[in-house]
Design a protein around this ligand. Structure first.
Ligand code: 2AM
Length: 179
């Protein structure tokens, strides 16, 4: 493996109990369209994808993130969605949730990252929890949507390592959250 850089992202991570509850969404979607299910311990909501990062910049983030903090609230899952290219099926908040604390947290985090020289992407923030990869076709609109609000336990800086059976994730640092 290349040890001179790491593939990084910041994400909200559910508690083990909330991750179990989110699996209800994974199972609903999988029954309808198949594909590869995310493992319960890998479910998360990405706030900032940073991609391949040279080691000195990784160190700067590992030192900075624990000094940051942000208010946090419940993440509601209300709908299924798809990303066509990677054939990802996800669960996310509804339109009515889009101006919530989640957008503020996303803005906040990107302001801090920009101050460290990171370039904020032009694409709009589309908060989602990926449930399936390599999913087949099929109608998601008619599926039962389990009512669910989960409280993120942590905001983590994660290094992702691609493997045959999906990515393995390693938490490098934690940003404190105020509930
Ligand atoms: P995804 O689940 O929709 O694939 C690690 O790859 C995390 O960063 C995943 O949650 C992934 O979202 C997210 N991510 C956001 N933008 C990405 C990009 N351009 N390439 C890869 N992953 C990205």
């Amino acid at each position: 493996p290349d040890r001179s850089s790491q593939r990084l992202f910041f994400a909200l991570w559910p508690s083990a109990a909330d991750a179990e509850r989110i699996m209800a969404w994974v199972h609903q979607a999988h029954k309808a369209v198949g594909g590869r299910t995310m493992r319960v311990d890998t479910l998360h909501l990405t706030l900032a994808f940073l991609g391949s990062t040279p080691f000195d910049r990784v160190q700067a983030l590992v030192q900075a993130a624990p000094l940051w903090s942000a208010p946090v609230g419940p993440v509601t899952l209300r709908r299924f969605g798809r990303f066509a290219g990677p054939r990802v099926v996800w669960a996310g908040p509804g339109e009515e949730d889009s101006l919530s604390w989640l957008s503020h947290l996303h803005d906040d985090l990107w302001c801090r990252l920009q101050a460290l020289g990171w370039q904020r992407p032009d694409s709009p923030f589309r908060p989602h929890v990926s449930l399936l990869r390599k999913a087949g076709p099929g109608d998601l609109a008619a599926l039962h949507r389990p009512s669910l609000a989960w409280m993120p336990e942590q905001c983590v800086l994660v290094a992702s390592q691609p493997t045959e059976s999906g990515s393995t994730y390693q938490a490098l640092a934690r940003m404190p959250l105020q509930g």
